[in-house]
Ligand binder design. Sequence first.
Ligand code: P6P
Length: 342
Amino acid sequence: MKAGASYQIVTLNEFIINRQAEHPEARGDLSRLLHHIGIAAKIVNKKINKAGLVDILGAAGAVNVQGEDVKKLDVFANDHFIAAVKASGEVCAIASEENQEILILDDGLSRDGHYIFCMDPLDGSSNIEVNVSVGTIFSIYRRVTPGGERPDLSDFLQPGLRQVAAGYVIYGSSTMLVYTTGNGVDGFTLDPGIGEFCLSHPDIQTPENGRIYSINEGNYVHFPPGVKRYIKYCQEIDPQSSRPYTSRYIGSLVSDFHRNLLHGGIFIYPETQASPEGKLRLLYECNPIAYIAEHAGGRATNGSQRTLEQVPESLHQRVPFYVGSSAMVDKVHEFLRLSEAP
Ligand code: P6P
C-alpha cells in the first residue's frame, strides 16, 4: 500500500448499519440480531482458540483450574449463540443441531420476535482436537405464526428460499464471518487487535467453474453410479489444463465450502449406505450454505432439485448435497441423469 494511502476499516457493525440505511423501511430488528450473532462469534472464537490448552483447561466434563465446569465446545457454542439471539429480543424460537426440539423463547421481548433462528453451533467439532478449522452455520426466517402467539414447527418447515439471512463463522487460521441478507455475500475477518470483524471480502462472487472437488472418497463403493462417474471424470486429464482436477476434503463443511466459494469448486455429500438420505441437515447446514452459494452466483441441489426449494419434513432432516460453482454442479447433474436413464 502506498505511503499515506488511507485504509478505511469497515467493521461488521458499521456495515450492518450502512446496509440498513439502504432500506428506509427497515426497523433495525435484523441489524440488531446480526450484531448479537457477531458478539457470540467472538466469544466462541476466544474459547476455541484456547481449546488446544485442554490439558490445562480440563477436558469436557471436568472442572478446570479456575474451578469452572468445562463444557464440550459445541455445548459452549450452543449456549452462547442461544444467549446472544435471546439478548437481541428479535427471535421467538430456535432450532439447533444440539437440541432435539425447537427452543421457544417466551420471555417478554422474544415472544413478539419477528424471526426464527436455525443453527449448527459448532459444525465439525470433532476436528477441534486435531486443530482443524470448524464453523458455526446459521439461518434466519420470518416467523409464520402470528406475533405474540406460541411459535411452532410450522415456523421452521419453510423452504430455504424464504430465508431472510444466512451465514457462517469459520474458526480457522483466521476467524471469518460470511453472511448474506439476499443482497450480495460479504466476508468479515476478525481483527483480534481491536476485537472487531472487519470487511475483508466485499461482494463475494464464486467462480462459475473450478478445478477442486470435495467429497469423502472413502465412501466411494457406496456412492450412486453417477457420482462415481463424475469422480472418474474429475480424475481424467483435463484437455484445457493438461491435468486432472484437485481433490480437497477437510471433513468440515464450512471449511470445504469456504475454500470452494473463494477459489471455485464443488462439495458433494450424496446418499451413502451409512447415510441413505445423505448426512448433512437441510435446515441448519444445507439451506444456509445453499442461500450463500446462490447469492454468490453458485448453485446447490440434492442432485436433482434446488436445495432452497425443498420443503422440509422434519427439524433434523438429512438431504444429499451438491454445492458450489454452477458449471460443476451442472456437470455432476449430467452424470447423475445419464446413470438414471433407462
Ligand atoms: P464425513 C462434520 O461432522 C460434518 O457434519 C460436516 O462438517 C462435514 O462436511 C461432514 O460431516 C464430514 O462427514 O462422513 O466425510 O466424515
